[in-house]
Design a protein around this ligand. Structure first.
Ligand code: KIV
Length: 355
């Protein structure tokens, strides 16, 4: 895969020489009534009772136990057990199509929209994987969504290892990408390598690093050691203190040119995909056209090669104001609160035995 990405990167190197950075800115079936004959009551024939023989009693083997363990993560079983639960079977993605490899993600470009969602624990990993996403991002957004921080800056490599391992235990069928948290990429290459290794050893298939041309050399070295890297350009939440808040990128010619340089540098470093956060829609579309790896957008319009969102935002679980580009598809926070209030009120009203 690294070879393949490199080959194509080299090809693009030549073309990128030709491309000038300022170019970045140009551009039912009918139901019949049953007949009287059909509606006539049929005689009820009692079914013969099946007498169980000893041979029918299956002896459990260790294989059965293994099977049972695998099924423990199968949501279909949960749906069968509870008549209240159901999901729309017609809308299911054929999960056998999804492969947990970087090559699969890379090759989806220009075929269909690539979909990524965040997960930080095993239950969410099972749910988003069952929904049919192409990859899970164990994002350092765990800091703001789950750990109560205002930014992603306090998230440590130990936090990321803990959550990545939990996601892996959810046995998702798609690629798992883990975020390198604040500071890890800026100390030394050895530190970066060590932290990336820790994430890979606890269950990540690839790591994501925030930054463009400034970090490209280290990414190239990391890729050469066999660690697949997803890039991240545009708004870099880990730099929020330095840039003074969250905002759109690529709205000036200078910024658009910088984004172009960043994207090309990451392609040449061997990234298998690049996240584009909060980039002007036209610029993001242009970048997606210019680079070989898929450009996965977040708040960057609808013309990128894919979309990534924070699952908690999408499901209405985030209490704070949502980023403007998120259109929640559920209100699990409120639904959960209502359910819990009912539970508490009912229990408080349960008669107590008075002495
Ligand atoms: O940490 C995260 O969830 C991310 C996404 C917002 C891309 O980096």
């Amino acid at each position: 895969m690294v070879e393949e990405i490199k080959k194509t990167s080299n090809r693009s190197k030549k073309t990128s020489e030709v491309r000038s950075s300022s170019q970045a800115l140009q551009k039912a079936s009918v139901k019949r009534k049953p007949s009287a004959e059909q509606t006539k009551a049929k005689p009820i024939v009692p079914k013969p009772k099946k007498v169980k023989t000893r041979a029918d009693k299956k002896i459990k083997t260790s294989e059965d136990n293994i099977q049972k363990k695998d099924d423990a993560g199968n949501l279909d079983d949960e749906v069968k057990k509870s008549p209240k639960l159901s999901y729309d079977k017609k809308r299911l993605v054929d999960l056998s199509e999804i492969h947990p490899t970087t090559k699969y993600i890379y090759q989806l470009k220009k075929k269909r929209t690539i979909i990524g969602l965040t997960a930080y624990d095993s239950i969410m990993a099972k749910l988003v994987s069952k929904a049919g996403v192409d990859f899970i991002l164990v994002g350092d957004s765990v800091g703001t969504t789950m750990l109560g921080f205002d930014t992603t800056i306090p998230v440590t490599i130990d936090d990321m290892v803990h959550h990545t391992a939990a996601v892996r235990r959810g046995m998702p069928g798609c690629l798992v990408v883990a975020d390198l948290p604040f500071g890890e990429a800026s100390l030394s290459f050895d530190r970066l390598l060590d932290s990336a290794r820790r994430l890979m050893q606890c269950g990540a298939d690839a790591v994501k690093i925030e930054g463009g041309k400034d970090i490209a050399d280290d990414i190239e070295k990391l890729v050469a050691t066999g660690i697949p890297v997803m890039g991240h350009i545009g708004l870099l939440p880990q730099t929020v203190k330095a840039i003074g808040g969250y905002r759109k990128f690529g709205t000036t010619r200078e910024e658009a040119d910088d984004l172009y340089t960043d994207a090309i540098s990451l392609e040449e470093a061997g990234c298998f995909a690049i996240i584009a956060e909060m980039i002007d829609e036209e610029i993001a579309a242009h970048l997606a056209d210019q680079i070989l790896p898929p450009l996965i957008g977040i708040g960057s319009g609808h013309q990128t090669d894919g979309e990534i969102l924070v699952t908690h935002d999408l499901l209405g679980l985030t209490p704070s104001p949502l980023p403007s580009f998120v259109k929640p598809c559920a209100s699990l926070g409120l639904d959960g609160l209502n359910a819990l209030q009912n539970y508490v009120v009912n229990l408080r009203n349960r008669p107590v035995k008075k002495k």
